[in-house]
Design a binder for this molecule. Structure first.
Ligand SMILES: Nc1nc2c(ncn2[C@@H]2O[C@H](COP(=O)(O)OP(=O)(O)OP(=O)(O)O)[C@@H](O)[C@H]2O)c(=O)[nH]1
Ligand SMILES: [Mg+2]
Length: 329
């Protein structure tokens, strides 16, 4: 042992002997390295500590790998927004995903077919929207990992089977499950201030299997019960009924606007809209395009491409879906 080690070093070294967890040990060794006077006499000790530290870090990493739980509901977002499909078993969630996207999930006439989320991209005009078909909600255990995925999404479809007599009970049950997870589903607006930990999530209702007997009656009953709180879209995947309308409504659910940026003297590119949250301003658009740009921004020309005229709008102008914007700096 080289001489001249400060007393604090010795004290810390003593702590290392008593440390229990790998994390504690890492922290102490790092402290030792910092406390060690650096000179020829301590070279070897320094190298030993470094080796010890890297060994401990390896062990910590190994531990993390072993304990980390694989979460199949951690879904990377893509496209203009992510919409989850939630509903009781057999209501047709996977069938809807298959009908609206290029995905080919397992579909069967018995419940609990889907056990892991299925993803697909839905094309609506010039935007792509990500749909996530989830395992069913039921009256037993609700997977908290699944509900976390709902929380992270940008909107949800509550799916019901028009052939099912339990439709109202199921609706109430799903609302209860959402409440338990501090999710407030809404379409119009949330009037009251939300408590800490709560989130608002845009939601709408899809009544599938409208081809079944007495479907119309059940649909009417649910409509009345929902009482305009959410839009209710009746569809039939089997008959291909109302699917285009459903797509448009899913786009509306996301509450986004598409705006087209135009350079001076050039036409806008209608294939590539900028997709922003409703309420976004010209300044938000400029920031999206280039941070530097936004600092110098004066406002924008809002074009009427048919008449080839424009009017000047301020930086805080809230853009509407379809606006053609030429930023002015
Ligand atoms: N009559 C009728 N049957 C449908 C319709 N859509 C789906 N189905 C049938 O309903 C059954 C269940 O469909 P799925 O898409 O697997 O239902 P799911 O909600 O994904 O079911 P889980 O994964 O178990 O929650 C299948 O037999 C489908 O063919 C429809 O519009 N009309
Ligand atoms: Mg399914």
């Amino acid at each position: 042992m080289p001489a001249n080690l400060p007393p604090e070093y010795k004290r810390t070294e003593e702590k290392l002997r008593r440390a229990k967890t790998i994390e504690e040990k890492i922290e102490i060794v790092q402290k030792l390295i910092a406390l060690l006077p650096k000179h020829k006499g301590t070279d070897k000790l320094y190298a030993d500590l470094k080796r010890k530290l890297s060994k401990l870090k390896e062990m910590a990493e190994e531990e993390r790998r072993k304990t980390a739980r694989y979460d199949p509901f951690l879904i990377k977002k893509s496209g203009a927004g992510q919409v989850v499909l939630l509903g009781f078993p057999n209501s047709g969630k996977s069938s809807i995903l298959k009908a609206l996207t290029n995905s080919n999930p397992e579909i069967a006439d018995f419940p609990f077919t889907t056990v892991k989320p299925n993803l697909g991209m839905m094309e609506f005009e010039n935007v792509q929207i990500q749909l996530v078909d989830l395992p069913p909600i039921h009256r037993g255990h609700v997977d908290p990992l699944m509900m976390n995925a709902v929380r992270r999404s940008d909107g949800m479809l509550l799916i019901f089977d028009a052939g099912n007599d339990e439709i109202l009970d199921e609706y109430e049950y799903i609302l209860k499950v959402l409440r338990e997870r501090k999710i407030e589903p809404y379409w119009d607006r949330i009037e009251d201030e939300m408590d800490v930990g709560w989130i608002g999530l845009r939601a709408m209702i899809v009544v599938n299997k409208m081809d079944r007997d007495y479907a119309e009656e059940r649909f009417e009953m649910l409509m009345e019960f929902v009482n305009s709180r959410f839009p209710v879209v009746p569809i039939s995947v089997v008959e291909g009924r109302n699917l285009e309308e459903l797509k448009r409504k899913i786009f509306e659910l996301l509450d986004i606007v598409r705006v087209y940026s135009k350079r001076p003297g050039k036409p806008p590119d209608y294939e590539k809209p900028f997709v922003l949250r409703r309420g976004s301003t010209v300044l938000d658009l400029a920031e999206e395009i280039h941070k530097e740009f936004s600092k110098k921004l004066k406002g924008a020309k809002l074009w009427d491409m048919e008449r080839r005229t424009y009017r000047f709008v301020e930086r805080n102008y809230e853009m509407k879906d379809g606006d053609v914007i030429e930023l002015v700096i």
